[in-house]
Design a protein around this ligand. Sequence first.
Ligand code: FES
Ligand SMILES: [Fe+2]
Length: 427
Amino acid sequence: MLKVEDNQLITQTDPGTPMGELFRQYWIPVVKSDEVAEPNGKPLKIKILGEDLLVFRDTEGKLGLVDEKCPHRRTSLSLGLNADCGLTCIYHGWKFDVAGNCVDLPSEPANSNLKKGIHLKAYSVEEKNGIVWGYLGPKESQPPLPEFYWMNLPEDQLIAERVWQECNYLQVMENDVDYVHAAFLHKALNDQDISSELLSSDLGINPSHPLVKNPPVKQAVENTNYGKRCIGVGEEDEERYAFMEIHYIFPFYTFPPRMKGEDGMWHAFIPRDDNSTWSWDVQFSHDKPIDGAGQSQRRGLIVDSDLRKLRNLGNDYEQDRSLMIDANYSGIRGIANQDHAVTETMGPIVDRSREHLGTSDLPLIHMRRMLLEQVKGLKKKEKALHEIPLKDLFSCGTVDTKTKTWNEALPLKAAFELTYDKQVEET
Ligand code: FES
Ligand SMILES: [Fe+2]
């Protein structure tokens, strides 16, 4: 449960809001490179943190991430001509390069100085592993792009997906650290013959999988230098426990739980505005080409040209109640679609003053606490993300004897330990 004021504080991210300004200090995945593949192609509209922006690739292949609106009289530059290293507004011909410089202003007299004072808002952009990243914060405090584990894998071992999720980022992100929900929402009622790399079919996760077999007998959350590590300990058999982990990398990246040998997953939850989110998903195989079709099919997100789901709130996510009798717990196909259903039906911004949390909600309680501490300036982060060797971080679960504690079975690498504010909380 949160106070109404705190709920507003951590869910509002438009320009000028405290959380919006905090989020702008971090690199954000913006669009996939193949969405803006063509030099001189059509500019792509993208809303992030409540700002209407455009991404375009100029004649030389350089990328621009700029304000959608022309600084002259605010017409949309999405209709503009993208040619000769710039974007030209169709209203009066003002032209801008990828850095936002006004390079032509033909509607004014030739001797006019107006051009020098005109600038289109333009943000820093970097392209890596087929994703265009943007930095929307102050230039003087711009950090290097963080180096996540999957960024060092070959191209054929990755697939990335960007989907419009119809609710506030925080309830999407809380769902990602909600370890317990998998045992219910994502449960397939019968074991299915699925390849060992895939976590699930589109119905759900096998009932024999540690995430689903039993709700955890114990959970733990520990503070780390990147954010929080959340551990779930489940009963595997009489002698052994299954230990799984979730990494929350502040402020909006996660690695959901995976067992050793399964393809990994990384998420980023980027507020589109306060009522919707760009849910980013990168799936990766550690050592061989990824089964991209299998991964997409099991996730079950079928989208239109705006990346909005066809299985959605308006059609109850195509829930089939006959599936609930003999196939899966939710009656919904697509494991990601199941997540979208439970988070979007909370409403655009859930009223956290009306919740009743239990001990099983420990991970999301910690996530909220960290967001509040940081946005209120109550705690200082020990290291910036680019100073942490994130390339060595991903989720990995294991089965081990019950004589081991969770931190013996799944030790945190020394590089991620905090030197102060070390804290662990367990259920
Ligand atoms: S509104 Fe864009 S040039 Fe006039
Ligand atoms: Fe889920």
